[in-house]
Design a protein around this ligand. Structure first.
Ligand code: F6R
Length: 244
């Protein structure tokens, strides 16, 4: 199935559309298993989900979540950890049960064994119904950097220099950006029953165009999504520039 692309005017509209999409899935299935992403892109969507909960009673009491990734070596209370991000941006403001949220453990004693456990937890939850994704400038999804095998599962990865530099804006210096992360693999992501990818801004235009129209290649990890049966991109006009 080709990737469905919805082009919206700007970041604000993208955020509202994405939140509405998730809210609709949640109303249809209150015990939705939701895959979540971090980074700048989903922040507006999370803000709107919080508003929908607080003002319109959107109920997260039965929702189960699995985050895509976490930096290796950062404790959950570190301000740049994805544990911290998820609490501050979403979980602290909605009625989700903490025991229903899952984020890879950046401090796992045996990270390789932990990755297999994470896969087992996803399977035990019945698999992911709806996976939210962002996209890196280099086409990564999760922390599946260019060159990641299409059959990869949850594992420890080394971040590329591009990604470390892109993310350095959140740290005091580039040196502080962790070198490794735990990420769901491309095959793990592809098993989600539905995928929703968000992209905003001109810096994402080339990656979006190559993901949607380009050859399927491990050099542009998001191009694997062309093989997914139910994948939608919501992109703003700037990120849609290369789609022609
Ligand atoms: C984050 C993640 C990454 C980001 C991507 C885009 O959990 O998996 O793939 O989605 O790096 O990041 P932003 O949204 O900050 O441009």
């Amino acid at each position: 199935m080709p990737i469905k692309v919805i082009v919206v005017k700007d970041y604000e509209e993208l955020s509202l559309r994405a939140a509405r999409h998730i809210a609709k899935a949640l109303r249809a299935k209150p015990n939705l298993v939701l895959g979540l992403a971090t980074g700048s892109t989903p922040e507006g969507c999370y803000r709107e989900l919080v508003r929908l909960h607080q003002e319109e009673g959107l109920d997260f009491s039965q929702v189960v979540t699995f985050n895509l990734d976490e930096y290796l070596g950062l404790p959950p209370e570190h301000e740049q950890s994805y544990h911290y991000y998820m609490r501050k941006k979403l979980f602290d403001h909605i009625n989700i049960r903490p025991e229903n949220t899952h984020i890879p453990d950046g401090l796992a004693e045996d990270p390789e064994a932990y990755c297999q456990e994470y896969e087992a937890m996803i399977r035990a939850a019945g698999g992911i119904d709806l996976q939210l994704l962002g996209i890196g400038r280099n086409g990564h999804i999760g922390f599946n950097e260019p060159g990641s095998p299409f059959d990869s599962r949850t594992r420890v990865v080394k971040l590329t220099e591009t990604t470390r530099r892109d993310n350095a804006r959140f740290f005091r210096s580039l040196e502080e950006v962790p070198i490794h992360a735990v990420t769901m693999g491309l095959a793990t992501i592809m098993e989600a029953r539905e995928i929703l990818l968000l992209a905003s801004g001109a810096s994402k235009a080339e990656a979006v165009a190559r993901a949607v129209k380009g050859p399927k290649t491990t050099e542009l990890p998001a191009s694997i999504l062309q093989d997914h049966a139910n994948c939608t991109f919501i992109v703003d006009e700037a990120a849609a520039e290369g789609l022609g």
